[in-house]
Each structure stands twice: as C-alpha cells, then as structure tokens.
Design a protein around this ligand. Structure first.
Ligand code: ADP
Ligand code: MG
Length: 372
C-alpha cells in the first residue's frame, strides 16, 4: 500500500494522519499494519527511525474504535520512560478526538497521577516493565481483559534485565491476546521470548537489521583524548545553528563534558541515569524547543528519544558495544532527513572502530582533525 488512504481505518484516523502530515506509510508500517489489523501476532525487525511507533499505534486504535470496551484493553511496553513518553506523544496525535483514553505508567514519576488515569478508565497503558509489575503486584491494575500487548524495543528491554518483569506481565494477560513485538535485532533472548509467548506471527523484516540509516554520513576522526574537546568545538563552530547530540560513555563523563563545553561558551543540556526524571524531562524539553542546541547523553538515557531535526550525532566516546552505535546514529537522519554522525576514536581504539564497521557493514569515512 502506497498511501494511508488505502488502509481500512476509521475516518477520524485518516483525518488525524492527514493533519499530522503523514501521507505515506513507511516500509515497516506498510508491512506490519495489515497483519496487525487482521488480528495476527506480528514480529517486526527494523532500524531505528523507520516509524515503528505508528506501526502498532494505528492498528491498536483501529481495534479500539471498531470494538470499544471499557477497562484496560492494551498495553505497550517500552524500555525507558523517555521512550514511553514519546510513544504517548505519537499516540495522542493520532488518537485526537477518538475518546480513547491512555495512561503512561513509568517509574521515576509520582504514581498518583498515573493511578488516577487508570481509575478514570484508561484503555491503553504505555508502560515501562518495572512500574507496571509494581502496580500488578499491588493489584492496582488488572490486565485480565486486554486484547493486545506491544513489546517495543524488545531486545533493549531484555538487555536491561526486564525479562522476569515481561514474563510476569505476559502471564497476567489472557492467552488469547494479540502480541506485537518490535525489535532492532532478534538475538537469542528475543527469539526465546517469541518462542514462548508469540503465536504464529507474521514476520516483518525491513532492510538489513545491522545497518544504520543510509542518509547519514558517517565520519571518523582519530583524535587523542586531550584534543577531543577542541575538535568538538570546531564542529560546533562549523555548524553554528545545527543541533548536536553528543554521546559520552559515562554519567560523570557527560557532566564533565557539559561543564567544559559551557566553559568554552557552548551551553549544553545533559541527560543521563544519574539525573532525576524531572531534570531529564527538563533537559529534553530544552533541547527540543531549541533553548539548547547541544544535548550530552549516555546510551541508556538516550535510547529511543526522538527529536526532530538532530543534524549531528557525535560519538565523543565510542559506544561500549557496536549495537549502541546503531542506536546512537539512529537519532539523526530520521524519516528521510540528512544527518552527520562524527565518531571520535583514539589511536588505541582502532580495532573497536573496525568492529563497529563490521557490524554495520559500512566503512566510516576518515576525516582529518582540523589544525586547532
Ligand atoms: P522508530 O520507533 O522506528 O525508531 P518512530 O516511530 O519513532 O521510529 O518514527 C521516527 C520518526 O518518523 C518520527 O518523527 C515520526 O513522526 C516519523 N514518521 C513515522 N511514520 C511516518 C510516516 N508515515 N511519514 C512521515 N513520517 C513518519
Ligand atoms: Mg521506536
């Protein structure tokens, strides 16, 4: 299907898609939505930035509109709070005016508001596994009547140790439910989860799952630790208005880097696991609304966040594992836009760069560090 108008959605969904400028489904949407609408389980692998959110939000909404029922009808599980909040934002856009109620259920934020939303009849819960299990254990939520569960970024959730929580949640849902599973990779633990909890799924695989987006230029600079800051400064000066997402390997590294940047006249927001949820939300908001054009982040905190128009991702430190490279670089060049990803590597890290190149099956373009 080439346009959304060909999908058998309720008129209000078509209107909302149009209003938000969504006219053509992305490949993962085109492939996953029809079987999901037909009630089939779906296992989809696709790179970041390919539009997986709407691939599950649309069939979910369609099912709730054509067969409305009270009580919790669907659960979307997501690895991080930021990602859950982002899914909620996408949900709100296409659910506008439908009357479908949704609650975000995540840790790190006060639970009062979340519980009130559930009590007031939320039909869809967008949750991180930890907080949802907590609510289940305390019998604050009942999943016995749900028709659909979505596991978004399943590989990431398992990496983060959520396997017991996910199994606990799945066992609280009816066996006859529909399961939609999205993952960048289907490694062993994900395959096991599929084996035991997903029934006869339609399989959707978009593009080579180990590749980064094609519209991102991948540069690598060989630079020693003590020259990295001035190299970053020169990239920032070369693109005076663009937004930069800068990855640090550790929380302390992120703090130190933001401090040094501000010492060189570049104000940067910070997002990492050592900050409170409010500080993280604040930082993300400041970056999104343009108050800060630099966001310094660690891998876990940045997982899945989407900000429109990030022109430049900088790997100030190499990622711990090559897969994180794909996740980091997936923050730019989304939905067809052009992006640049600059990787800083010290001379002793050459073999790690090779490992990344083998994983993504692309050679990073070497760039000379400008004379500083
Ligand atoms: P993923 O979960 O695969 O990483 P997202 O669902 O977060 O990707 O989508 C990435 C970006 O693409 C978002 O900004 C989203 O609004 C945009 N997008 C999604 N679907 C479409 C579409 N059909 N047309 C245009 N943009 C889209
Ligand atoms: Mg996603």
């Amino acid at each position: 299907m080439n346009t959304f108008s060909e999908f058998p959605f309720e008129p209000i969904l078509h209107t909302n898609l149009r209003r938000n400028g969504f006219s053509e489904p992305t490949p993962v949407q085109a492939a996953a939505i029809p079987p999901a609408l037909a009630g089939s389980d779906v296992v989809a692998t696709a790179q970041t930035g390919t539009g997986k959110t709407l691939a599950f939000v649309l069939p979910l909404l369609q099912s709730l509109l054509t067969n409305p029922k009270r009580g919790v009808q669907a659960v979307v599980l997501s690895p991080t709070r930021e990602l859950a909040i982002q899914i909620h934002e996408a949900f709100v856009k296409v659910a506008a005016g439908t009357g479908v109620k949704c609650a975000v259920v995540v840790g790190g934020l006060a639970e009062t508001h979340q519980l009130r939303n559930i009590r007031q009849g939320a039909q869809v819960l967008i949750a991180t596994p930890g907080r949802l299990v907590d609510f289940l254990d305390r019998r604050l939520v009942d999943l016995a009547g749900i028709r659909c569960i979505v596991l978004d970024e399943a590989d990431r959730m398992l990496d983060m140790g959520f396997q017991p929580a996910i199994r606990r949640i799945l066992s609280s849902t009816p066996g006859a439910r529909q399961t939609l599973l999205f993952s960048a990779t289907i490694e062993k633990s994900v395959a096991q989860l599929i084996e035991s909890h997903v029934r006869n799924p339609a399989r959707v695989a978009i593009g080579p799952i180990t590749k980064t987006a094609e519209n991102v230029s991948l540069h690598v600079y060989e630079v020693e630790q003590d020259r990295k800051l001035s190299l970053l400064g020169s990239l920032l000066r070369a693109d005076r208005s663009g937004s930069f997402l800068v990855f640090s390997r550790t929380k302390h590294g992120a703090d130190r880097l933001a401090q040094k940047l501000s010492g060189s006249g570049f104000r940067a927001a910070r997002i990492h696991g050592g900050r409170t949820q409010n500080q993280r939300n604040e930082a993300l908001r400041g970056f999104k609304d343009g108050s800060f054009r630099i966001l310094v982040a660690t891998d876990v905190a940045a997982r899945g966040i989407h900000v429109d128009g990030i022109g430049h991702v900088v790997n100030y430190d190499l990622p711990q594992v090559p897969e994180d490279f794909i996740h980091r670089v997936g923050r730019t060049g989304r939905a067809g836009a052009q992006g640049v990803a600059s990787t800083f590597s010290t001379s002793s890290e050459r073999s790690e760069v090779r490992r990344i190149e083998r994983t993504i099956r692309v050679k990073l373009t070497p760039r000379q560090v400008p004379a500083l």
